[in-house]
Ligand binder design. Structure first.
Ligand code: ADP
Ligand code: ASP
Ligand code: MG
Length: 412
């Protein structure tokens, strides 16, 4: 008998028919002799609707405590409905919201981090032969306030529950067949990967592949929980997210990702003195703005230009903050929020030369101008004009991942 955590995303529980078929699927796993804890998202579109409502009454930045109380209700609906559906099919099931299973988090509303889970109640339900149906995306802080874990957070709830219960596997059921070499909705020739390493998946998730929330993969890697990403619409094997040494395919590039949630801000004519960067970035971090790429160049006149990127939602606030700093230090500012970041990710880049230059060539051949570049051991990212996103992703996929793609030189 195995203990399995199964997480179903929004499309998988989009309506009563889908909920009924999820109930049947879970009960087939139970009938095969396993204990199952299920984590569910809100119905597709529900969270977006709740966020829109919050903004309508609470403004662009609604009170975070009340926002969490509101947006967490989407999952409360689906757990109750799924438990009812299973009971109707003749199997005991019990629903739980985060607070009922002691899903403790810190107090960072809208992006809380899980600190502990009290598994006693869950174990009791499972040992009684019932299915535990748990609301994803939410927890409770030390003062009893409801918190949420950030968009896509049910993945993280599922992995945390798998860790706490010491589950054998955490299955993530979604609306595609697994993790693909690129977003299958943008690249028709993208193909499903049988396996991908935790580290590549972390890069892909952080660079825009929203199939898994990045924190869920970090959590799984830290605790060695195998993740199986698969479709809730068929019985096919999906993609296993596993340690590096278990990935056999040996692709030097495993994925092409894009992120349109980007904006860039440039400061020009900054005096080249110690402390200037701290002067620019401290007020941004004090305001809770997460900065992504930072590029600093020395101009011929001895002053420097500093360009950075941040999430598009933070653009207006970041621009206002930087404007103030610029006035104080005599620099000028401009910005652009119609950019996108396109990246290639792959473990094989560690020991193959020429991957970045091939990427730049492909973009040049397609007339796409590169505005910024960032690299790490297993990724190369470029910032381009947003309108070129699809063309860039498709061209890079063709160049690195489709038939006839050229292999770069292995490093000696
Ligand atoms: P769920 O509601 O099940 O959590 P999400 O919408 O969060 O599902 O994530 C699944 C979506 O992720 C897919 O529909 C797909 O468009 C998108 N996606 C982006 N990049 C990839 C990728 N590399 N592989 C698979 N899916 C991807
Ligand atoms: N319902 C939440 C969202 O839409 C959490 C999740 O689905 O993972 O972001
Ligand atoms: Mg998701």
């Amino acid at each position: 008998m195995a203990l399995i955590v199964q997480k179903f995303g929004g499309t998988s529980v989009a309506d009563v028919e889908r909920i009924r078929s999820v109930a049947q699927r879970v009960l087939a796993t139970v009938a095969a002799g396993n204990q199952v804890a299920v984590v569910v998202s809100a119905m597709a579109g529900e969270t977006d609707g709740l966020v829109a409502l919050a903004r309508e009454l609470g403004g662009e930045q609604p009170d975070p405590r009340e926002y969490d109380v509101l947006v967490s209700t989407g999952e409360q609906k689906t757990v109750a409905l799924l438990a009812m559906a299973m009971q109707r099919l003749g199997n005991p099931a019990r629903s739980f919201i985060g607070a009922q299973i002691g899903m403790r988090t810190d107090a960072a509303h809208t992006r809380a981090r899980i600190s502990s889970i009290d598994t006693q109640r869950l174990r009791k339900v499972l040992d009684e032969g019932a299915v535990a149906v748990i609301a994803g995306f939410q927890g409770v802080d030390d003062h009893g306030n409801i918190t949420t874990l950030g968009r896509g957070g049910s993945d993280t709830s599922a992995v945390a529950i798998a860790v706490a219960l010491d589950a054998d596997v955490c299955e993530i059921y979604t609306d595609v067949d697994g993790v693909f070499t690129s977003d299958p909705r943008m690249v028709p020739k993208a193909r499903k990967l049988e396996r991908i390493s935790y580290s590549e998946m972390i890069e892909m998730a952080s660079l825009g592949a929203k199939v898994l929330q990045i924190r869920s993969v970090r959590f799984a890697m830290r605790h060695g929980v195998p993740l199986h990403v698969r479709s809730s619409f068929n019985q096919e094997e999906g993609t296993w997210v596993v340690p590096e040494e278990e990935v056999m395919e040996g692709l030097f590039v495993s994925g092409v990702t894009y992120n349109r949630d980007e904006a860039k801000i440039r400061l020009r004519g900054v005096k080249d003195l110690p402390g200037v960067a701290a002067h620019v970035f401290t007020p941004l971090s004090d305001a809770g703005i997460v900065v992504d790429m930072i590029i600093q160049n020395l101009s011929q006149d001895g002053s420097t230009d500093i360009t950075f990127t941040a999430s598009r939602g933070d653009y207006a606030q970041a621009l206002a903050i930087v404007q103030e700093v610029a006035t104080a230090i005599g620099a000028s500012v401009d910005g652009d929020d119609s950019i996108a970041k396109v990246s290639i990710v792959g473990l094989g880049m560690k020991d193959h030369a020429g991957v970045a230059s091939r990427m730049f060539q492909v973009l040049a051949e397609n007339g796409i101008n590169i505005q910024l570049i960032a690299t790490s051991e297993i990724k190369v990212s470029v910032v381009i004009e947003e309108s070129h996103t699809e063309a860039a992703v498709q061209a890079l996929h063709a160049a690195f991942l489709e038939a006839g793609a050229s292999e770069p030189r292995p490093e000696c």
